[in-house]
Design a protein around this ligand. Sequence first.
Ligand code: PLP
Length: 401
Amino acid sequence: MIKLVPGLFHNEQNTKRNLAKFITSTDRLSIGPECAGFERQFSTWQGRKYTVLYNSGSSANLALIQALINLGRIKPPDKAAFSAITWATNVMPLIQLGLCPTPIDIELNTLNVSSQKFADALTQHPDIKLLFLTNLLGFCGDIDRIKRVCDKQGIILIEDNCESLGTVYQGVKLGNWSLASTFSFFVGHHMSTIEGGAVCTDDAELARMLTLVRAHGWDRNLEPEHKQNIRAEHQIPDDFFANFTFYTLGYNLRPTEITGFLGQQQLPFLDHIIDRRHHNYHRFHNTLIKNEDIIPLATDHIDIISNFAIPIICRAPKLSRQYIRAFTQADVEIRPIMGGAITTQPFYKQLAHAHSPMPNAELVSKQGFYFPNHEGLTEPELALLHQTCTTAPQPAAKQLI
Ligand SMILES: Cc1ncc(COP(=O)(O)O)c(C=O)c1O
């Protein structure tokens, strides 16, 4: 089978050996210098001042929303807009933390929110205070224009970049277009620490709050200078009490030293991983845009496309069933497009307010799926995938329901 996730890690055997050596020789596995080392290296790689590491991308999303609330930059029940196609744990924190979730439909030719769709949403909801964009499957819309509108109107823009690590738009990495961005290092994503996630930002105050939120709302992981400041501000007399002072609302979302160690082991391969995915994607792109069964994606505006799977959105449900059958018969692992139109998921229908229809997101959910794109695909596998993209077999008439 051609699998979506080729293995646990890049350079798997060596990484496992190094991990075993690390575990047997260290006397510390709870958050410590390995996590701090990976945070520093990832900040440099991403080109952001601060990285706060978490135990998952979902935790990073939750922590970011909680940190913005703790700082008073957003206040429940403010309206928080989000991309209608995303992952459940992008939207769940908005609901859990008392914000008013406000979906924005995506464009069919980018699978992402555009400045036009954002403008339409603002006409309907001029009181949007936060926009949590999802950069879906390595693609983006005109995020530069979206940022300009947010800057002008005082709307906080943040990016969920869990699916687009390494994509570059107008010379800038996705994840660097906003106040803060989240990342996932889950095994199925671009770079694996088994489970893991991060928030990146250039905002020092936000980075400190993200650190407090990560661990119980206490100050133990702050830099000494900031510990001193927060203790003075709250008149905490000494270390004895300070270590058990809880300053703000938090969780325990800490990664372990295994996350930090693996992050540092995998990061040197990241540029290669992205390069392979970019080149693989372009091998398929030209074929896919010529196939009249499939809705073409516009990607000329993106410099580097870094996705972990390649989407196919068919022009009709019947076609999508044919292509799904073709990929399944070719023994290729495929999946629906992420969480699909998240507004149709049971949790959302149960808990969120009514909203206008999201026709594009719903079409993508019903008529779309994705197939593997990773650095481990061999030439014969790429050829088979290519052939399956171009020639979906005609099913027997009675199978066409
Ligand atoms: C857009 C998006 N956000 C967040 C997540 C959650 O990441 P994690 O699995 O690390 O919790 C995912 C997971 O696939 C995702 O696709």
